[in-house]
Design a protein. Structure first.
Length: 159
């Protein structure tokens, strides 16, 4: 039962572990800050979403301990945010930066939407795909502001 969903979770975990090896060692301190900051915000938003029954994760890890997706909140999104921020086009025009934001958020939102339609990994109730897109973009931005503030990078609030 739920073999497809469990395989999706296992494969996602394996991809997360492998992706760690693509983080440059010279950026380990930066990646750690990004990872922990993202976990904080995704944990809060994830709990709000499931506690208010906007969505649910019928097949999930640690189902007796937490109603959110442990893998998504604590590994997938934080690792995605690391790659988003470490490869952010800081010196490029604003149009390219907006496209970068939109692309990262859109690809993940599309994958989540497909999972919602065809599996039991996630189930939207009153949640819509655009809430995922907006919340991911917000998390990317907030964590980028924290990252810039911590490392004393100029124009912390600019894109």
């Amino acid at each position: 039962m739920y073999l497809l969903e469990k395989n999706i979770l296992i494969i996602s975990f394996i991809i997360c572990v492998i992706s760690i090896f693509f983080i440059p060692r010279t950026s380990a301190d930066k990646a750690s800050l990004i990872f922990l900051a993202t976990q904080f915000f995704s944990w809060i938003l994830g709990l709000i979403a499931v506690e208010f029954a906007f969505l649910e994760y019928p097949v999930r890890e640690l189902s007796k301990a937490n109603q959110t997706s442990f893998l998504f909140e604590y590994f997938v999104l934080p690792l995605l945010t690391i790659f988003f921020i470490l490869h952010y086009p800081n010196e490029k025009p604003i149009k390219l930066k907006l496209l970068y934001f939109a692309t990262f958020s859109s690809i993940f939102t599309l994958m989540e939407y497909i999972l919602e339609k065809h599996t039991m990994v996630i189930d939207y109730h009153s949640w819509k795909w655009y809430w995922t897109w907006a919340s991911m973009s917000l998390i990317f931005y907030i964590v980028m502001v924290i990252y810039r503030w911590f490392y004393k990078i100029k124009n912390i609030f600019s894109l």
